[in-house]
Ligand binder design. Sequence first.
Ligand code: URA
Length: 266
Amino acid sequence: MTADPTYRGFALDAETALALLQWQAELGADEPCLDAPLDRYDQPERAEPVPTPAAPAPNPPDTALDLAAQAEAMAATATSLAELAAAQEAFDGIELKKGARNFCFADGNPAARVMVIGEAPGEEEDNQGRPFVGRAGQLLDRMFAAIGLSREAVDAEKALYITNVLTWRPPGNRRPEPAEIAVMLPFLRRHVELAQPEILVLMGNTPCMAALNRQGILKLRGTWTEAFGLPALPMTHPSYLLRTPAAKREAWADLLSLAARLDGQG
Ligand code: URA
């Protein structure tokens, strides 16, 4: 047997060395080891891995606040009602636009002393692209005709200008949601600024919510208030009057109050 002085003083021949190796392999030693022990606590420090920069967060979805700011910026560029209508129609920040047939901006005479603000287009308004042309609109026309005002009048003294808080029809005529009102409010505010009426009539809860941040039309109706810096009269909506004919009495009182105000007596 040939001694091998290099292995820790033991004499090893090739056969013994191979047998030892096989024995170690059977014990599970499947990696070669170093000759000398390795003190793993005494190793040079490894450099910390450089963190890879985090990918930029995706843009959060547009919130009602962002969209209202976009609406505000677009409305501010309009210097005429025609420009405002074009800007508002082009505004894509409202889902209702996708489901509506027609953009419904305003009707009547923009020179009118009185501007009526309703809620939103219904089916007939959506078909025609004009506010208040369905059953409720026909009642509205009769109500104002009773105090000598009409959307067809050329004379500003006798005229009416009509719009809605929303210019696109909500599906199934559901009530506008607060976020929808908030997003479209800058357009409505600019609409009033550009039309420059003397008096606003707020027809129902939705325009009261938009212009006064208040609800409860049955309490608000008939009491003069201020909206967008103008005298404003909340009234019950003609749709409500169609369902509740007994409420027409109070609506008539409100119309008389409006007529008196226009005559400088209110
Ligand atoms: N109701 C409204 O508030 N506006 C319309 O244009 C039609 C019905």
